[in-house]
Design a protein around this ligand. Structure first.
Ligand SMILES: Nc1ncnc2c1ncn2[C@@H]1O[C@H](COP(=O)(O)OP(=O)(O)O)[C@@H](O)[C@H]1O
Ligand SMILES: [Mg+2]
Length: 317
């Protein structure tokens, strides 16, 4: 009986050690571990300190399950190739041109359309390579001036929430004026008209470059479908406009070169995949899944890998 208890105790101790090791490696707090493993936080903390008098086996089972899942995830991640980082595709170069213009001229640029063709990743790439560039991503929660300004305040690193929209605006203007910076507003189709106007005021007050990026509907919102006069003022302020459609053959070729895919048949298949609604995002997903199928003898993804991955993801041409 004692021996069994010892063994259980030992198992619990070594489990504790294994879990602690993983937490350190992944930089996880106990709160996060509690969430990921589905164990109540108090129970987990008592278990760690050896003071838990409840069902320790249940805790141990849940933690062993968590450890297994982490290991499986790591193995998959090791086998799945990371997507190549940002590449200067023709579309990305077009987007960069608009960002550069808005930045240098302190003017407004509008980049819209083409879901999955590289707007967000090009904005991030531009931000990584230039000082004083901020990306604020809008969402359907942006239903007031206060919400829009708060999102921008967060993006430019203003720590404290202000008690009113006016104070938020003042803080934003104070932070951004004379920086010669660029504010990129991504998913700008979620901005209500009042939010668009608020952002334009910040631009006017600071001389900051402003790039509005989003889907097709942002264009009709800014032009007001040609009906509402008060939009005209904003529309007339847009100095540079890029409308994006499907990814071009050049976009696909540039990405495929990064994956070492040069064979004609594979390229045509990838072009077809990129023409679907997921565009380059969909293509990258297919290629990443395909990379799981590579054996040691494979030098790069073949037509068969790509086709199988595409079918596995539910695609059909
Ligand atoms: N220029 C690029 N270089 C590398 N990957 C790209 C590029 N453009 C698009 N992608 C791939 O497509 C995905 C979707 O791009 P994203 O920037 O999110 O598109 P959008 O914002 O236009 O919807 C990216 O996560 C990336 O995998
Ligand atoms: Mg995007």
């Amino acid at each position: 009986m004692e021996a069994t208890n010892d063994r259980v105790q030992l198992d619990q101790d070594s489990l504790k050690e294994a879990v602690r090791k993983e937490m350190n490696r992944l930089g996880l707090s106990q709160t996060r571990l509690a969430k990921e493993s589905g164990i109540n936080q108090t129970r987990l903390s008592l278990w760690f300190s050896g003071k838990y008098s409840g069902d320790t086996e249940a805790v141990a089972t849940a933690l062993s399950r968590w450890l297994n899942a982490i290991q499986e995830r790591d193995q998959e991640a090791n086998r799945m190739s990371a997507a190549p980082s940002w590449r200067p595709t023709p579309t990305a170069n077009g987007i960069t041109g608009a960002l550069r213009y808005a930045h240098r001229a302190g003017d407004i640029a509008l980049v819209y359309g083409g879901a999955g063709v590289g707007k967000t990743c090009t904005a991030r790439h531009y931000q990584e390579n230039h000082p004083n560039v901020w990306v604020a991503t809008m969402s359907p929660a942006m239903n007031s001036v206060a919400a829009c300004l708060e999102r921008i305040a967060l993006a430019i690193g203003l720590p404290e929430a202000q008690p009113s929209a006016v104070k938020t605006e003042n803080a934003i203007v104070a932070r951004l004026e004379n920086t010669g910076g660029l504010l990129i507003v991504d998913e700008a189709q979620h901005l209500p008209v009042c939010g668009l106007e608020a952002i334009r005021s910040v631009h006017d007050a600071t001389g900051l470059g402003l790039a509005l990026m989003g889907n097709e509907s942002i264009y009709s919102r800014i032009t007001g479908g040609g009906r509402q006069a008060h939009f005209a003022q904003l529309f007339s302020r847009v100095g540079y406009r890029v409308r994006l459609g499907n990814p071009s053959a050049g976009d696909v070729e540039t990405l495929l070169a990064a994956w070492n895919i040069f064979e004609g048949k594979s390229q045509s298949l990838c072009m077809e995949i990129a023409k679907q609604s997921g565009a380059l995002r969909g293509l990258t997903k297919v290629l990443r899944l395909g990379s799981l199928m590579l054996t040691e003898d494979d030098k790069c993804l073949t037509y068969d890998h790509i086709q199988t991955a595409w079918a596995d993801l539910g695609g059909a041409l």
